[in-house]
Design a protein around this ligand. Sequence first.
Ligand SMILES: O=C(O)CCC(=O)C(=O)O
Ligand SMILES: [Fe+2]
Length: 182
Amino acid sequence: MFMHAVPALFSAAEAAEVIRLAVDVQATSGGLVGGLHNHNIRRADIAWLDDTGSAAWVMERIVSGVARANRDVFDFDISDFRERLQVAAYDESVAGHYDWHSDIGDGPIARWRKLTIVVQLSDPQSYRGGALEINPGGTTVTAARGIGDATLFASFMLHRVTPVTHGTRHSLTCWCHGPAFR
Ligand SMILES: O=C(O)CCC(=O)C(=O)O
Ligand SMILES: [Fe+2]
């Protein structure tokens, strides 16, 4: 419930290109929902892509993937995408991770998040750990790890990224927004 997998939403070549776009962007240290920085909770390097310029095609793919999944599975009241595309790098050197959290925060934008989409950008053979786990209520579900695979889930659901123990894991995350749940 409240989860949906889309295998190979991006090809391997496209996933590599998204990482390249992120490298072009000045990378800053990952922030939490609401702007807090707490490295005990999250350790990752974050880049925000210019979804109206060089990364417009990435945004188009995300929007069409979300639209299809929302039509077929979620049927949430979604009105827009109010945030840019986030590329995260979780590196072995800092045991990159993100502890259990919900994406719905107190911030003026984060409070309206409805759906989260995460795309795996790294070859699963190139890193260890770094599993995206979602807890829909009791049991933990591990997201598909294939390069380009997308996982969508209701933004209120608890999820985490386990520590990377070898190599680097890159992911692409985007949120869509809409009126309050009722
Ligand atoms: O990198 C991931 O797989 C998840 C990222 C995430 O949960 C977030 O940015 O809120
Ligand atoms: Fe999250």
